[in-house]
Design a protein around this ligand. Structure first.
Ligand code: HEM
Length: 226
């Protein structure tokens, strides 16, 4: 009952958005560290992928949990946006240009494109709906799915590199404003710390961009012998 009332209120939805945002941010960091195994070679990346895939209940528990977190984050975002616009349509139109950053004004747009990118990414590497690319399905010498061969093959293609770099670029833009809102929603609301919050959010988002886009770019430009 208390939970129901909390999540019907604006502040409850903001807290839900911040909380699910922290979980998604945590996922992105863990996924980025996992992707870096590609720099350690085929054995390391395939070992890591095997570790995640080996226990079906852990994998599916994790997938369903992640899906629930994304759904809650989206639900809070959509209902908050609708409520904001209904409450002050004129003020909303004005505030578009007053005291807001480009990242904050484009949250809905960047959020939608990032969602589209994630769907594309899942179809690409998880469902593997890519015709005529045997490297995507090949097994390594130990009979495991050769994730390393799939990733290295994919990022020979400049179009795919472009899609991933733009996708993670927009994700970083979304995170840079999302993190600032999250700091405030979780109670760190003293205005004196606004510049510090902005800088911290930009640094984190920048690191995610460099760390994520580094994988397709390093493979494409052969920064190492992949
Ligand atoms: C350059 C950026 C990225 C690379 C190179 C990358 C790489 C990969 C690879 C290789 C897999 C398949 C792993 C396997 O088959 O075992 C995967 C799965 C996945 N990725 Fe990414 N990824 C990137 C960005 C992202 C981003 C930005 C997100 C979300 C915010 C994301 C979410 C996921 C999810 C949800 C899965 C499915 C995990 C599962 O349930 O099997 N990835 N990624």
């Amino acid at each position: 009952m208390i939970l129901k009332r909390l999540f019907q209120s604006t502040i409850g939805k903001k807290i839900l958005m911040a909380f699910t945002g922290v979980l998604l941010f945590g996922f992105v960091i863990i996924h980025m560290l996992g992707n870096w195994q590609v720099f350690a070679g085929a054995e390391a990346l395939n070992d890591y992928a095997q570790l995640i895939q080996s226990k079906a209940f852990v994998l599916w528990g994790f997938r369903l949990g992640l899906l629930a977190v994304v759904a809650l984050h989206l639900w809070a975002a959509i209902t908050l946006t609708i409520a904001n616009r209904a409450a002050a349509p004129e003020k909303y139109a004005e505030s578009k240009t007053l005291g807001t950053t480009w990242a904050s004004r484009s949250m809905t747009l960047s959020g939608c494109i990032v969602l589209g990118f994630i769907i594309f990414h899942l179809l690409h590497f998880t469902v593997r709906t890519v015709p005529g690319t045997p490297e995507y399905f090949q097994q390594d010498l130990k009979g495991r799915h050769d994730v390393y061969a799939m990733v290295v093959h994919a990022f020979q293609n400049p179009w795919l590199v472009g899609i991933y770099v733009v996708g993670v670029g927009l994700l970083s833009l979304h995170l840079s404003h999302g993190l600032q809102s999250m700091f405030r929603s979780l109670g760190w609301s003293d205005k004196r710390y606004l510049p510090l919050q902005m800088n911290l959010a930009r640094i984190f988002a920048g690191l995610i961009f460099v760390g994520m886009s580094g994988v397709p770019l390093a493979i494409f430009f052969q920064l190492k012998d992949f």
